[in-house]
Design a protein. Structure first.
Ligand code: NAP
Length: 308
């Protein structure tokens, strides 16, 4: 089968013909329908995540997978060949950028029934991260003023929609076509981040979900109310700087959690949309990753293995 692999940190991911994997006890084999790309895949490839997610080489990229079960390992109960499923693989194991992926049965969730199976892969990391930010770290609720950066990005597009379903007043940042996209997804206010610092346009924000970092984190403290919360997604925030100004700042560390994943996958049969930037064939994974690295994706870029 084809799989997109690196042989060492810093390698360019390349498509290889490899042995089809075999599910061990407690695992299933999934024929991959969709493998969503994430900035995490780039960070792992570069070696930046080694302290958190050490990998073994050759390493097959990809954490976000949807597909159909084709084989069951020993001691797997409650799942059947033919079941459509979604999973978030342990980043240290990877394995989603391939025609077949081995998935621990305890990480499987049933696929949504009302959207194409490939599209559901787009929620595995991004939607679950957004839900973690909004409900587990921030506890966003009705009437709060919430600023979500990059409302047309992977995590931001889910966070924006989820915060709206909780009846928060949602302000988001975007640019170009992202401005319309963020409005369509339900943002109450959309700020063009290319039109200058947003700090002068906002005040009294209860919660900022920062999916960008750097200068955006710094400026976010200027718009938070006293006692407000910054949820930092790309990197650990400067908590001292925040507390010196009477604010809280927390880093979100996303670990796979099948219960949380089942919750967000269930939302895809309701009000929450997977914003799709584009699909590409598995062979085009290097181009997909280059595009992602440029930092302007509008939603999810999903690889689809076109099995001959
Ligand atoms: N801590 C964790 O466990 C965890 C979990 C998930 C993700 N992450 C991290 O969170 C970050 C976001 O992930 P993602 O999947 O959402 O990324 P993404 O989809 O690749 O983000 C791209 C989006 O960012 C927007 N953007 C870039 N610069 C911006 C700025 N200055 N202001 C506002 N928007 C801007 C782009 O819009 P424009 O085209 O308008 O620039 C684009 O729509 C990544 O660093 C990722 O690694 C961390």
């Amino acid at each position: 089968m084809r799989a997109v692999q690196i042989a060492r940190y810093g390698d360019t991911p390349t498509v290889h013909d490899v042995e089809q994997p075999f599910p061990g006890p407690g695992e299933v084999l999934v024929r991959v329908t969709g493998a969503a790309t994430n900035p995490l895949d780039l960070k792992i490839t570069a070696g930046y995540m080694h302290d958190f997610f050490p990998v073994q080489f050759p390493y097959t990229l990809g954490t976000d997978v949807s597909g159909t079960i084709t084989a069951l390992g020993d001691t797997v109960h409650g799942w059947n060949v033919g079941d459509p499923v979604v999973a978030r693989l342990d980043p240290s194991d990877g394995g989603a950028y391939a025609e077949f992926a081995v998935v621990p049965a305890d990480q499987l969730v049933h696929a949504p029934t009302s959207i194409p199976l490939f599209l559901a892969a787009g929620a595995a990391t991004a939607a679950a991260t957004a839900w973690q930010a909004i409900t587990e770290i921030a506890d966003i609720h009705a009437g709060q003023r919430v600023l979500i950066h990059a409302g047309a990005g992977g995590v931001g597009s889910f966070a924006l929609q989820m915060a709206r379903t909780l009846h928060a007043h949602v302000i988001t940042t975007a640019s170009g076509p992202g401005l319309h996209i963020a409005h369509d997804l339900g943002a109450d206010e959309v700020i063009d981040h290319t039109s200058g610092p947003f700090g002068s346009q906002l005040a009294d924000i209860d919660v900022v979900i920062d999916t960008v970092g750097g200068a955006v984190e710094e400026q976010s403290l200027d718009v938070l109310r006293h006692g407000g919360l910054l949820v930092a997604v790309p990197m650990p925030p400067d908590t001292d700087r925040a507390s010196a100004r009477g604010m809280r700042a927390e880093f979100l560390f996303h670990a796979s959690d099948p219960q949380r994943l089942a919750t967000v996958i269930g939302m895809l049969d309701g009000d929450i949309r997977v914003l799709l930037d584009q699909t590409l064939d598995l062979d085009e994974a290097p181009q997909a990753l280059q595009y992602l690295a440029a930092g302007h994706a509008k939603g999810k870029v999903i690889l689809i293995p076109q099995t001959p």
